[in-house]
Design a protein around this ligand. Structure first.
Ligand SMILES: [Zn+2]
Ligand SMILES: [Zn+2]
Length: 106
Protein backbone atom coordinates (compact mmCIF):
# COMPACT_ATOMS: atom_id res chain seq x y z
CA UNK A 1 0.00 0.00 0.00
CA UNK A 2 1.30 3.42 -0.98
CA UNK A 3 0.81 6.92 0.36
CA UNK A 4 -1.65 9.11 -1.61
CA UNK A 5 0.98 11.78 -2.18
CA UNK A 6 2.27 11.87 -5.74
CA UNK A 7 5.71 10.35 -6.05
CA UNK A 8 5.82 9.20 -2.44
CA UNK A 9 7.51 5.84 -2.14
CA UNK A 10 6.69 5.28 1.52
CA UNK A 11 5.55 1.74 2.15
CA UNK A 12 2.56 1.87 4.48
CA UNK A 13 2.72 -1.86 5.11
CA UNK A 14 4.71 -1.20 8.23
CA UNK A 15 3.15 2.16 9.07
CA UNK A 16 0.82 2.83 11.96
CA UNK A 17 -2.79 1.76 11.63
CA UNK A 18 -3.88 5.39 11.36
CA UNK A 19 -1.62 6.02 8.37
CA UNK A 20 -2.62 2.81 6.62
CA UNK A 21 -6.28 3.56 7.13
CA UNK A 22 -6.02 7.00 5.54
CA UNK A 23 -3.35 5.99 3.04
CA UNK A 24 -0.97 8.72 4.00
CA UNK A 25 2.53 8.39 5.39
CA UNK A 26 3.65 10.08 8.57
CA UNK A 27 5.60 12.71 6.65
CA UNK A 28 2.74 13.70 4.35
CA UNK A 29 0.13 13.71 7.10
CA UNK A 30 2.12 16.59 8.59
CA UNK A 31 3.32 18.33 5.46
CA UNK A 32 2.08 21.87 4.82
CA UNK A 33 1.40 21.17 1.14
CA UNK A 34 1.16 17.84 -0.65
CA UNK A 35 0.49 17.02 -4.28
CA UNK A 36 -2.03 14.22 -4.08
CA UNK A 37 -1.99 11.74 -6.91
CA UNK A 38 -5.27 10.89 -8.61
CA UNK A 39 -8.12 13.30 -7.90
CA UNK A 40 -7.42 16.98 -7.36
CA UNK A 41 -5.61 17.42 -10.66
CA UNK A 42 -2.20 17.80 -9.07
CA UNK A 43 -3.25 20.72 -6.90
CA UNK A 44 -1.50 21.19 -3.59
CA UNK A 45 -3.48 19.89 -0.65
CA UNK A 46 -3.00 19.38 3.05
CA UNK A 47 -3.99 16.52 5.28
CA UNK A 48 -6.69 17.68 7.72
CA UNK A 49 -6.18 16.15 11.15
CA UNK A 50 -9.83 16.71 12.05
CA UNK A 51 -11.36 15.10 8.95
CA UNK A 52 -8.45 12.70 8.35
CA UNK A 53 -8.42 13.50 4.67
CA UNK A 54 -6.85 15.89 2.20
CA UNK A 55 -8.41 19.29 1.48
CA UNK A 56 -7.41 22.15 -0.80
CA UNK A 57 -5.05 24.61 0.84
CA UNK A 58 -7.78 27.25 0.60
CA UNK A 59 -9.73 25.35 3.27
CA UNK A 60 -7.06 26.07 5.84
CA UNK A 61 -6.06 29.18 7.71
CA UNK A 62 -2.33 29.80 7.51
CA UNK A 63 -0.31 26.88 8.80
CA UNK A 64 -3.15 25.19 10.66
CA UNK A 65 -3.67 21.45 10.16
CA UNK A 66 -7.41 21.59 10.80
CA UNK A 67 -9.67 22.97 8.11
CA UNK A 68 -11.55 26.23 8.65
CA UNK A 69 -14.92 24.48 8.59
CA UNK A 70 -14.00 22.13 11.40
CA UNK A 71 -12.58 24.92 13.50
CA UNK A 72 -15.80 26.89 12.99
CA UNK A 73 -17.87 23.85 13.96
CA UNK A 74 -15.77 23.42 17.04
CA UNK A 75 -16.23 27.03 18.12
CA UNK A 76 -19.96 26.95 17.47
CA UNK A 77 -20.44 23.81 19.52
CA UNK A 78 -18.47 25.36 22.35
CA UNK A 79 -20.71 28.42 22.40
CA UNK A 80 -23.86 26.29 22.24
CA UNK A 81 -22.81 24.08 25.13
CA UNK A 82 -22.80 27.06 27.49
CA UNK A 83 -25.88 26.97 29.70
CA UNK A 84 -28.37 29.70 28.89
CA UNK A 85 -31.99 30.59 29.71
CA UNK A 86 -33.03 30.53 26.03
CA UNK A 87 -33.77 26.78 26.10
CA UNK A 88 -36.65 27.30 28.54
CA UNK A 89 -38.51 29.69 26.27
CA UNK A 90 -39.39 26.93 23.84
CA UNK A 91 -39.55 29.10 20.75
CA UNK A 92 -41.10 27.30 17.79
CA UNK A 93 -38.66 26.76 14.96
CA UNK A 94 -39.70 28.52 11.79
CA UNK A 95 -37.37 27.37 9.04
CA UNK A 96 -36.63 30.03 6.46
CA UNK A 97 -36.69 27.42 3.72
CA UNK A 98 -40.46 27.11 3.96
CA UNK A 99 -40.91 30.84 3.47
CA UNK A 100 -38.76 30.69 0.37
CA UNK A 101 -40.90 27.97 -1.16
CA UNK A 102 -44.09 29.94 -0.55
CA UNK A 103 -42.63 33.03 -2.17
CA UNK A 104 -41.65 31.10 -5.26
CA UNK A 105 -45.21 29.90 -5.95
CA UNK A 106 -46.72 33.43 -6.07
ZN1 LIG B 1 3.84 10.10 1.69
ZN1 LIG C 1 -11.13 19.05 7.43
Amino acid sequence: MRCQAAGCAADLGRAKHYHRRHRVCDFHSKAAAVIVSGCGGGAEQRFCQQCSRFHQLSEFDGEKRSCRRRLADHNRRRRKSQPGPSSEEGKPDSPAADACLENRTS
